[in-house]
Design a protein around this ligand. Structure first.
Ligand code: HEM
Length: 168
């Protein structure tokens, strides 16, 4: 290993004295590399990447809701359909409080306010349509629920997207 010459000078010491002198040295020898090594950092927690904002998430929920509702109504599964339509109402409510990306392209303040009011009203229209689906289901009228979905929910999607969704 290495020649630690000065230890030879400790020879004449009593063994207990030698222990007192050498123990801190031995400990510091252990401590030095630890001190020189880079600080230990706790492993990074896996942070989920926010791929989408709340508006996109709400829209995805609406999309899944329409798909599920179509199937549930076809099979006359009223309870399932009720759960789905209530979930869609929640999503429509979230979307209503969001801001479409397209609004960022409008610089004129008055124009922007008009755009955002129209957006909100269109989502309120969607909420009303979804409430109509719910009313029909609560009354056990599956055919009425289908009609409301076709006439008051699905067309509102296209109308909303034509005006408020970015073409990108
Ligand atoms: C049943 C009705 C609707 C369905 C199923 C639906 C579905 C969707 C889907 C799948 C997207 C793409 C989401 C993504 O990028 O991940 C989307 C985006 C969008 N939708 Fe809808 N939508 C509906 C109604 C509406 C209505 C009524 C409006 C407007 C009043 C609207 C405005 C938008 C906007 C603005 C975006 C782009 C998101 C953004 O700008 O940040 N949607 N929608």
């Amino acid at each position: 290993m290495f020649d630690c010459g000065f230890v030879g000078t400790l020879e004449p010491m009593k063994s207990s004295t030698r222990l007192v002198v050498l123990a801190p040295l031995a400990l510091s020898a252990l401590a030095v590399p630890a001190f020189l090594s880079p600080p230990r950092v706790a492993p990074q927690a896996a942070v989920p990447e926010a791929k989408e904002g709340p508006l996109e998430e709400a829209m995805q929920a609406l999309q899944a809701g329409v798909k599920g509702l179509d199937k549930a109504l076809e099979k006359k599964e009223v309870d399932k359909a009720l759960g789905l339509v209530v979930g869609m109402q929640k999503a429509a409510h979230e979307a209503k409080l969001g801001t479409p990306e397209k609004a960022g392209e409008i610089t004129d303040e008055k124009e922007k306010a008009k755009f955002l009011t129209g957006y909100r009203l269109k989502l309120i229209e969607l909420e009303r349509g979804l409430l109509d689906v719910e009313v029909a289901l609560v009354e056990g009228k599956v055919d009425e629920a289908k009609k409301a979905l076709e006439a008051k929910v699905k067309p509102v999607k296209k109308a909303g997207h034509d005006v408020y969704k970015d073409g990108k």
